[in-house]
Design a protein around this ligand. Structure first.
Ligand code: CAA
Length: 261
């Protein structure tokens, strides 16, 4: 492990081909203020630019992945400040990155915390995880993608239930609903996330980017467009040395050695 930079609200390290970002505001259950947003996006962008990084794990503490946007910071702002300052706008840069992101969620993932998890490509949850969009209890609505990504992830019935009542959903319900890829015992969470990230990072990087992009198109557009995109992207894979290597390795019954063209 090596600490890459000194940030105030996050810890950043790399484990071989995996970048790890840990939210570190224990005094506020990792509430996402503007500093966290700036630092987390900057750290993720730096990993994304680094070709030796094949996956990013974003995690919090045992008690909280993140308990939402920082209410103390938001409480006093006006419509004008919200609108002109676009204080949640910076998060879009995270969702756009090519590198696959795994959210390793233990404890609370509420409001912006749930939305941050949903900006990741996979959510691996500890059995202690609690997801929710409690903004309605504060007299607002989700603002970092909750009404959109949650609805697409788990469907209208459950999204309405969570967003209109503000209730929390446990890890098992979240897995049943399709929000979460896997649930593991809390003690095994980080290990499982790191192992999964290492598996992804061991693949051909351009194929991983293309596969992720194609699944994202399914999430963001309509079937006909997605199928068109997939076929184009699939054919383009045949320009890669990794395709030649991957298929030759299969036929020669050996492990592929990607990344050499
Ligand atoms: N913002 C700022 N501070 C927060 C916070 C948040 N979202 N969540 C927790 N904290 C702070 C608390 O104020 C408290 O600080 P002090 O010790 O200084 O009082 C500390 O973290 C510990 O929290 P609690 O004492 O409340 O801990 P608890 O175990 O009793 O409760 C909890 C845990 C149920 C998660 C509760 O903290 C809670 O309900 N938090 C707010 C959750 C929420 O409403 N999130 C949505 C925010 S709005 C949003 O995210 C908008 C958007 O979509 C962009």
């Amino acid at each position: 492990d090596s600490v890459e930079s000194d940030y105030e609200t996050i810890l950043v390290r790399r484990e071989e081909r995996v970048g790890v970002i840990t939210l570190n505001r224990p005094e506020a259950l990792n509430a996402l203020n503007t500093t966290v947003a700036r630092e987390l996006v900057a750290a993720a962008e730096e990993f994304d630019r680094d070709e030796s990084i094949g996956a990013i794990v974003i995690t919090g503490s045992e008690r909280a992945f993140a308990a939402g946007a920082d209410i103390a910071e938001m409480a006093g702002i006006s419509f004008r400040e919200a609108h002109l300052g676009d204080f949640v706008g910076g998060w879009a840069a995270l969702a756009r990155l090519r590198t696959p992101r795994i959210a390793a969620v233990s404890g609370y993932a509420l409001g912006g915390g749930c939305e941050l998890a949903m900006m990741c490509d996979l959510i691996i949850a500890a059995d202690t995880a609690k997801f929710g969009q409690p903004e309605i209890n504060l007299g607002v609505i989700p603002g970092m993608g909750g009404t959109q990504r949650l609805t697409r992830a788990i469907g209208k019935a459950k999204a309405m239930d969570l967003i209109l009542t503000g209730r929390m959903m446990g890890a098992e319900e979240a897995e049943r609903a399709g929000l979460v890829s896997r649930v593991v015992p809390a003690a095994a969470l980080l290990d499982e996330a790191l192992k999964t990230a290492a598996v992804i990072a061991s693949k051909s990087l351009p194929s991983v980017y293309a596969a992720k992009e194609a699944v994202d198109v399914a999430f963001e557009t309509v079937l006909a467009e997605g199928l068109r995109f997939e076929k184009r992207a699939f054919y383009s894979m045949f320009a890669l040395g990794d395709q030649k290597e991957g298929m030759a390795a299969f036929l020669e019954k050996r492990k592929p050695d990607f990344g050499n063209d």
